[in-house]
Design a protein around this ligand. Structure first.
Ligand code: CMC
Length: 428
């Protein structure tokens, strides 16, 4: 491939450099397109062909099913690292030493307390409110209680905002769930590790001691690692674009949480479980739902299938499928919904509709089955995804601010009415 792309417009030829990444990915650099051509722009709804930034954080090859954080394979990280180590890696670029990790963890713990007035905001929500809406609102409200968190002028100021949100978000996650169950709010125990404390804050009953089940702890650790970053997906791009206006970290994250909520993105984990439960209630007829998914007149989609970037197995789904089997067996849970999921997967993988469109199970297809076995309510699944994605969002926001990226502001092609005179109301 040449290192120059040539574009011809109205008989004039323009040359653009080809940008090459460290994994040999190539992009036509159109930064000067409008200036050189007198205003010609590109159109790419859904940004299917657009690289919005250059990034050192996550490498993803959708054709080959590869995912790496800072050069480390997701399979190895899921097996050998814990969530805080991976968070550190994503945010600061290298795996931490023991001392660095200890300091990071201590700083997070020291920042895990919420202003008690935030409780009042939480109390004002209806108990049945969707936890993603509650989480997005409370994350946004955090700025009001921590105004210094908008400061991104130095590494130190960023670090302070980062450990604050890493400490406070798990508390908000747990409180959101406890509120929906009518349980008193809890701060857990500072002596516990990040995941153990999260589980305690979520599940501890007021009248009994809570003992962390190591199977659940390890499975949750793995799930959070697998969700920790996924380069420029919808919510991450949202975080970067909101942050590019120099809105603070918490406001940017709140926008990311809202973006994640949708069923085509993180909300798919809830939608998958609801779909599997509906199929079970309907007698387990998977063929009927396969037919619905293929029927272009039916809006039904096989939730947990397909991905904008993966045109091969989602490597996260492979790991989660094995983990689902292990966790259910270890916990002694027999869930018929797992059999329905496996049946659907088997049928889809040999069905021409799915094969020809390269639709494979994605990260959300099996994760809900594990969350359910852990006793996490279905409406909380996407909240767990948000907690897992937090380090990725932070890393991407930090990179964007440190690279001094310009404000995100795409163009459009206007196809509305041309200029016309105003018609007064009596003549319309
Ligand atoms: N069931 C049935 N058909 C599908 C599905 C599906 N789940 N996904 C895609 N298709 C079809 C789609 O109808 C289209 O067919 P045709 O070419 O005949 O028009 C073709 O496959 C391409 O789909 P697309 O919607 O143009 O692809 P996209 O890249 O815009 O969308 C997606 C990707 C993930 C939104 C989509 O596959 C989908 O809606 N999947 C179900 C929701 C889901 O599981 N989302 C979680 C994604 S992974 C977690 C995350 O990181 O967000």
């Amino acid at each position: 491939m040449s290192d120059i792309a040539k574009i011809e417009i109205d008989g004039n030829s323009y040359e653009f450099p080809i940008y090459v990444g460290t994994e040999n990915e190539k992009a036509i650099d159109v930064k000067k397109l409008r200036a050189l051509t007198g205003g010609v722009t590109t159109i790419d709804p859904g940004y299917k062909n657009t690289g919005s930034c250059i990034s050192e954080i996550t490498f993803l090859n959708g054709e080959e099913g590869i995912l790496r954080y800072r050069g480390y394979c997701i399979e190895e990280l899921a097996e050998k690292a814990d969530f805080l180590e991976v968070a550190y890696l994503l945010i600061f670029g290298e795996l931490p030493t023991q001392e660095q990790l200890q300091k990071f963890e201590n700083d997070i713990k020291d920042n895990a307390i919420l202003d008690d007035d935030l409780r009042k905001i939480l109390e004002a929500f209806p108990r049945k409110a969707h936890p993603m809406g509650v989480l997005a609102s409370l994350t946004s409200a955090l700025t009001a209680f921590n105004p210094s968190s908008v400061d991104a002028s130095s590494e130190e100021a960023m670090y302070n905002a980062i450990v604050k949100i890493m400490g406070k978000l798990p508390v908000l996650v747990a409180w959101t769930m406890r509120k929906s169950k009518g349980l008193p709010l809890d701060y857990g125990n500072k002596k516990l590790g990040y995941i153990e404390n999260l589980l305690q804050m979520m599940f501890k009953q007021p009248n009994e001691k809570y003992k962390v089940n190591p199977i659940i702890k390890n499975a949750l650790d793995k799930l959070l690692i697998l969700h920790a970053d996924h380069e420029q997906n919808c919510s991450t791009s949202t975080v970067r674009i909101v942050g590019s206006s120099h809105a603070g970290l918490f406001a940017s994250l709140s926008a990311g949480i809202s973006a994640l909520w949708g069923p085509l993105h993180g909300g798919a984990n809830q939608a998958v479980l609801e779909m599997l439960a509906a199929i079970q209630e309907d007698g387990g007829d998977t063929a009927k739902y396969m037919a619905k998914a293929k029927d272009k007149n039916d809006p039904f989609r096989l939730m947990g299938f397909g991905h904008r970037v993966y045109k091969n197995f989602d490597p996260r789904a492979k790991i989660i499928k094995v983990a689902a089997d292990e966790v259910l067996a270890d916990l002694g849970v027999e869930d018929p919904i797992l059999d329905i999921a496996k049946g659907l997967e088997r049928e889809a993988l040999k069905d021409d509709y799915f094969v020809s469109r390269k639709l494979y199970p994605n990260v959300d297809f099996y994760s809900g089955i594990i969350y359910r076995a852990m006793g996490i309510p279905t409406e909380m699944f996407t909240v767990m995804f948000a907690l897992g994605r937090l380090p990725g969002w932070i890393a991407q926001w930090k990179e964007m601010r440190q690279n001094n990226e310009p404000i995100g502001r795409p163009r459009q092609i206007y196809i509305g009415k041309n200029i016309r005179p105003f018609v007064s109301i009596e003549n319309r």
